[in-house]
Design a protein around this ligand. Structure first.
Ligand code: IVH
Length: 697
């Protein structure tokens, strides 16, 4: 404690003041961090303050108050939640299920009618908000201290989940001076998408490690609901929840000194000023047309949010008009939820097909009863591999949830086992390729099954041809999927060289092939014969050999024959090539039929300029070892590594006497110290770039 020295025991008052100061600081920095996302101090400093307060409170347990930042997690597991009768019922709102603009127009028309407004009266002012996809929560503050958090339940009575809600860093345990003596804040507890993904990843690891009773969650809403209703607050604390405020419940009246808000927007601003998270998308808008514009704008940008919403909410802004409008049954007349087209839908699985890719990879694909979701009709969803298919336990006949958000590929989120038809079998990967009948195997340590048929397999052949003909490889313009299907299925093309043996008659006899197109394809084939070594090599489709590896190989060896003859060791000398790639190349060129394909392609006239091996010429830093540390001003760690490796250098993880250079950027730590201790040369980014350019010129 700063005020104490070794010889004086600090008196209680001093310590008590320090504790209060620490609570104040921790609350301030917690709000900066959790709500504003703009911390003013490093995490380590926050932790230090937190530990200091914990130490004081441990020595003086009677000073601990429930609103102390140390008290967020601390309660004991419960047997069940206590019931809470809401002081003001928690109502729900009407939902406009019509996702078109008429949803907003209908609401505005009803409001105007109820208020008896003439058609030429000015537009009604509304607040437009997001509709968060989580759970409604009532937070009760008395004298500024959070005393209770309750779920909505049936609207009259909810459950007391205070212990769990206290673990949410975004929710203040104490409000600043000036908040009303009684204040109930209403809002939504939810889980951010990234927090949800992380949580599920942890759950998967737990399940894989054999933990009992653990499960993964279907969506963020589900995970949030599970966390809120978790009886053990220690577990709830590990489930990262967030909160947005959108209204109030019981409140000290104006007569008794409570707030004198005139609009809903003012109310939200006040909550925000008291430290409550309020979504930044809240807008005051005029009339129906601006409601429609808001709905459309949010619908178009919802995927950029870090959390799920399922629509927007419109509320009459004036609180006086809200009172005038009142309620019908249990719903306010002054608010409505206007939904978006759903990103998740139910459908059924009609079949699970297994598709075969270029490298023989077998992919199970769920064939779905067509369903409109996320703006498109979805009929297929990949199940990735056997493991994934089994993890989700999707079976033919199952009712499943399909999700399509933004441009993301549609996926089956989960199957609903409770709706499973009797006798549905779990999916197993076929033991043989569904296209060619060759054995399908899964290698040790790999997730994918592969057809072993190689180019004997028509599916692989088609994919291999498309791969060879693509723009980034030798480029045969106009040779698309449909034509390749026809050429392979009719037996005209079996291997890559067959492409160059195609005559006009072959092509012109294909379905829907005009003479002109046949001629164009022949021209494109002719043109593709003049290529480059990297394009040709990439086009062969050797497993693990992508464009950049093909370039590195071409640069290193200069000539195809040298690559075809190189040993795995020699191949591994290339900057981009590790043992897996080297092995894959060797295996490919050890197969006589692959060498035959290359020879025939050359015989058909496919050619490229060959050069001298540039192995040594282009590798000026061969034999030199570098270590990278800290953040460089312009190059990322990967870019720096790539540049060094391309120049032949080795990039190591730790500094030793064998290190030639340490490249240090901002906040370089112990590696820089070590370099200085050992007298290893240290470069900054400019020095590195200079070295690289000097060596290559
Ligand atoms: S206002 C009396 N505003 O949607 C009005 N509700 O039935 C009370 N919700 O489960 C609700 N976002 O939890 C309101 N910006 C928002 C909301 C919102 C989500 C939820 C609410 C309730 C349902 C409405």
């Amino acid at each position: 404690m700063p005020t104490a020295d070794l010889f004086s025991i600090p008196d209680d008052d001093v310590v008590r003041h320090r504790a209060e100061e620490l609570r104040r600081q921790l609350q301030h920095h917690g709000h900066r961090y959790y709500v504003l996302d703009a911390p003013e101090i490093p995490d380590a400093e926050y932790d230090r303050l937190f530990r200091e307060l914990q130490a004081i409170e441990a020595a003086h347990p009677d000073w601990v108050m429930p609103d102390s930042p140390t008290q967020r997690v601390g309660g004991k597991p419960l047997d069940q939640f206590a019931s809470v009768r809401h002081a003001v019922p928690m109502l729900s709102i009407r939902t406009e299920t019509d996702t078109e603009s008429s949803g907003a127009l209908n609401f505005d028309a009803r409001v105007r009618k109820e208020l008896g407004l003439a058609s030429d009266a000015p537009p009604v002012e509304y607040v437009a908000e997001l509709k968060f996809d989580g759970l409604a929560m009532n937070l009760r503050y008395q004298q500024g201290v959070l005393v209770q958090a309750a779920t909505r339940g049936d609207g009259e009575t909810g459950e007391d989940v205070t212990q769990n809600i206290r673990t949410i860093g975004q929710i203040p345990l104490r409000l600043p001076a000036g908040a009303p003596p009684i204040l109930e804040v209403r809002g939504e507890v939810y889980m951010r998408r990234d927090d949800f993904e992380r949580l599920n990843e942890t759950q998967r690891q737990r399940i894989a490690a054999g933990a009992k009773g653990e499960k993964t969650f279907v969506n963020p809403r589900n995970a949030a609901a599970g966390a809120v209703r978790q009886l053990d607050p220690a577990i709830a604390a590990q489930r990262p929840l967030s909160f947005f405020a959108y209204g109030v419940g019981e409140l000290t009246s104006e007569e008794q000194g409570g707030p004198a808000w005139e609009t809903h927007f003012e109310l939200l601003q006040a909550l925000k000023a008291w430290g409550m998270p309020v979504a930044e998308q809240v807008r005051v808008v005029q009339g129906a047309s601006e409601l429609v514009a808001y709905h459309q704008r949010i619908a178009a940008t919802r995927d950029q949010l870090s959390y799920d919403i399922d629509g927007v909410v419109y509320k009459v802004n004036s609180l006086a008009l809200q009172r005038a409008l009142g309620f019908v049954t249990r719903e306010p007349r002054w608010a409505v939820a206007h939904k978006f087209a759903a990103q998740e839908q139910f459908t059924t699985v009609q079949a699970i097909e297994v598709q075969v890719g270029r490298t023989g990879k077998l992919t199970p694909v769920a064939k779905l009863a067509p369903v409109f979701v996320g703006g498109v009709t979805v009929t297929n969803a990949t199940l990735h591999n056997e493991l994934e298919a089994r993890r989700k336990d999707v079976r033919v006949g199952d009712t499943v949830i399909v999700r399509r958000a933004g441009d993301v590929i549609p996926e089956v989120v989960a199957a609903l086992p409770e709706k499973r038809v009797a006798g549905a079998q779990s999916f197993t990967m076929p033991t043989h390729c569904p296209v060619c009948g060759s054995a399908a195997l899964r290698e040790e340590g790999e997730a994918d099954h592969r057809c072993t048929g190689g180019l004997f397999c028509a599916a692989q052949r088609k994919q291999a041809i498309l791969h060879f003909a693509q723009r980034r490889a030798v480029e045969v313009e106009g040779l698309g999927e449909k034509l390749v299907d026809q050429l392979v299925d009719s037996g005209v093309v079996n291997t890559l060289p067959d492409l160059y043996r195609l005559g006009f008659m072959h092509l012109a006899s294909m379905e829907r092939m005009a003479e002109k197109s046949a001629k164009n394809i022949l021209d494109a084939l002719e043109k593709s014969k003049e290529t480059t070594l990297p394009r040709f090599l990439f086009g062969l489709g050797v497993r693990h050999v992508g464009e950049s590896t093909a370039k590195a190989l071409a640069r290193h060896f200069g000539q195809l024959d040298r690559i075809m003859q190189a040993s795995e060791d020699q191949l591994s000398q290339v900057a981009d090539v590790g043992p897996v790639v080297a092995h894959s190349l060797r295996t490919f060129f050890d197969q006589a039929h692959n060498v035959e394909v290359v020879e025939q392609l050359r015989a058909c006239g496919v050619h490229w300029p060959e050069g001298e091996p540039s192995a040594t010429a282009m590798q000026p830093l061969a034999g030199k070892t570098f270590v990278l540390t800290g953040t460089l001003p312009t190059l990322s760690r990967e870019q720096a590594r790539d540049r060094l490796e391309a120049a032949g250098a080795k990039v190591a993880g730790s500094v030793s006497k064998k290190t030639h250079y340490v490249v240090a950027g901002a906040e370089a730590g112990s590696k820089l110290d070590k370099a200085q201790e050992l007298g290893v040369a240290v470069l900054d980014e400019a020095g590195l770039l200079q070295l690289l350019s000097a060596q290559s010129s």
